[in-house]
Write a new protein. Structure first.
Length: 521
């Protein structure tokens, strides 16, 4: 039988911004529980929640101070168990966010590690003597800018942090640390979670000798300082694969189809390694290509074809349009094309992941300077790298604060929440939300869409067209990626979904038109 994570769709919740239940302006677990019916009505199969563990929130939960607890801002372990039960009652799977590359500097392990050079936890993190000039041990740069090494006065060494200095990297070459972290997976699997999204999986192991990274000749400062070097030696080391395989063997030792999804930003050839080299690794190495790709039919067609061709035998594809780190699709391509993008995401072969708010066409929200929260923005201001604009509260209805909170929302709502919200779109047949629902419903109804084969069709201009089939069922998807009419002969058959509504026209796709057609045998 097809596992749920192949036929199903995943929905990402950014927990601070989904639903607040206690009026502190920050979303929480009880809030998510109260909104599960939205996810059921939408038609997704699983919800992935970004980190909810105790954290000083230097990076909003991606700095974990206790891997086996719940941050009080989000609730309690009992609230978590209740949420999990409520999700399961509704047939929804629940995935957590595992952050294995680094902990918080407030984690008891790191406090012990930094307490003295001979503390038993010293080697659980990455400590090095200064380089020959007395400065950092090498030229590695934090993804958030600046040297990736922080000086510890008390013990006279540097520690490595690929992100903030409040996020020291764990040393996965230490067997005790490795065991302790594998036990974290077991802790949550034992509680019943259905899987994990694994944060920066490709970062987890660094070159044992810590050589300098090569300079990037194409670097321009507006890219962000991390791009000054290629992360050749600080990421994607061969040893990571054994770790991912061990994580997989733990997932596989549990009943039900537990799933592992790897966050990996690498070129396709290297991404493919994370399906497993010698043994199975993650089920779904996140495929982020649609986030970066130029929005042009020929470019997308090539990218999709190349990705399909690169998949290893048995490797199941997946697609992502956005997440809590990247500009939203509605902002990248505009509202009309965001509908076309939804149709693409939900009809390509492979598991789609939907970012909360994209189902109502939410756009990036401009954040006034005095309300900036994201450390990414605060460290390298003005480059447009900040992530607050894509993490704003979910607008549920036109009541105060869009139904998100009775308090002051931690980030501002966008200007259009009184009309762009779940309640309003739910009763508007032409809304983005109804389009998402229709497409997700079609995936459940038509095996050709959920699990069927895939082939690109010939198309000209800015039309992307492909066919999905299973058994006798054949479905053609034709997408006009521009606002201008484009020549395309829509095959005879039943139009199952359209981004525009109305009747398709002969020989043409209207501007911004996408159609899903069940063709006649
Ligand atoms: C990737 C996460 O998606 C991002 O939000 C976070 O800042 C870094 N990893 C560090 O954990």
């Amino acid at each position: 039988m097809t596992p749920w994570w192949q036929s199903g769709a995943i929905y990402q919740v950014y927990p601070r911004s989904f639903q607040d239940s206690d009026g502190d302006g920050i979303g929480d677990l009880n809030g998510i529980a109260a909104r599960l019916d939205h996810l059921v009505a939408l038609g997704v199969d699983a919800v992935w929640i970004s980190p909810i563990f105790p954290s000083p929130m230097a990076d909003f939960g991606y700095d974990v101070a206790d891997y086996c607890g719940i941050d009080p801002r989000f609730g309690t372990l009992a609230d978590f168990d209740a949420l999990l039960a409520a999700a399961h009652e509704r047939g929804l799977k629940l995935l957590l966010d595992f952050v294995p590359n680094h902990s918080s500097s407030e984690h008891p392990w790191f406090r012990q590690s930094r307490s003295s050079r001979d503390n038993p936890k010293r080697d659980w993190y990455i400590w090095r003597d200064p380089g020959p000039d007395g400065g950092p041990p090498n030229n590695w740069i934090s993804d958030f800018g600046g040297s990736a090494w922080a000086w510890d006065e008390a013990t006279g060494q540097y520690y490595y942090h690929a992100f903030l200095k409040e996020q020291p990297d764990l040393n996965w070459r230490n067997p005790d640390l490795r065991r302790a972290m594998m036990d974290v997976l077991r802790f949550w699997f034992d509680r019943g979670v259905d899987g994990f999204r694994i944060d920066v999986l490709w970062h987890m192991v660094k070159h044992a000798d810590f050589p300098d990274n090569p300079a990037n000749p194409d670097y321009r400062p507006e890219m962000g300082e991390m791009h000054a070097v290629h992360q050749l030696h600080s990421t994607d080391q061969p040893e990571v694969h054994g770790i991912a395989a061990e994580m997989r063997s733990i997932a596989d030792s549990y009943p039900g189809d537990r799933v592992l999804i790897g966050e990996i930003y690498l070129p396709v050839e290297r991404l493919m390694h994370y399906y497993g080299l010698d043994a199975p690794e993650v089920h779904l190495p996140f495929n982020f290509q649609l986030i970066d790709a130029p929005w042009q039919a020929r470019r997308l067609a090539r990218l999709i074809g190349d990705y399909e061709a690169a998949l290893p035998p048995g490797g199941w594809p997946n697609w992502v349009l956005g997440n809590h780190d990247r500009p939203r699709i509605a902002t990248r391509v505009g509202e009309a094309q965001a509908r076309v993008a939804a149709m693409l995401l939900l009809t390509l072969r492979g598991t789609p992941t939907i970012y909360y708010g994209d189902e109502i066409g939410l756009a990036d929200v401009a954040i006034p300077a005095d309300r900036v929260q994201d450390p990414r923005e605060l460290r390298e201001p003005g480059l447009g790298l900040g992530r607050d604009p894509v993490r704003t509260p979910m607008p549920w209805n036109d009541s105060e604060n869009a139904g998100f909170t009775t308090g002051e929302p931690w980030l501002p709502l966008g200007p259009d929440w009184r009309t762009r919200n779940v309640a309003a779109q739910g009763v508007d047949d032409a809304s983005v939300l109804v389009l998402y629902k229709r497409l997700l419903h079609l995936r459940r109804k038509h095996a050709a869409l959920a699990t069927g084969d895939f082939r690109l069709l010939e198309a000209e201009g800015d039309v992307l067209a492909y066919e999905r089939w299973q058994g006798d069922e054949r479905i053609v998807v034709a997408l006009n990626l521009s606002a201008e009419p484009q020549p395309f002969v829509i095959p005879e058959g039943e139009v199952l979904a359209s981004t525009l509504g109305g009747e398709p026209q002969p020989g043409t796709l209207r501007g911004d038109e996408g159609v899903v057609v069940l063709t006649r045998p």
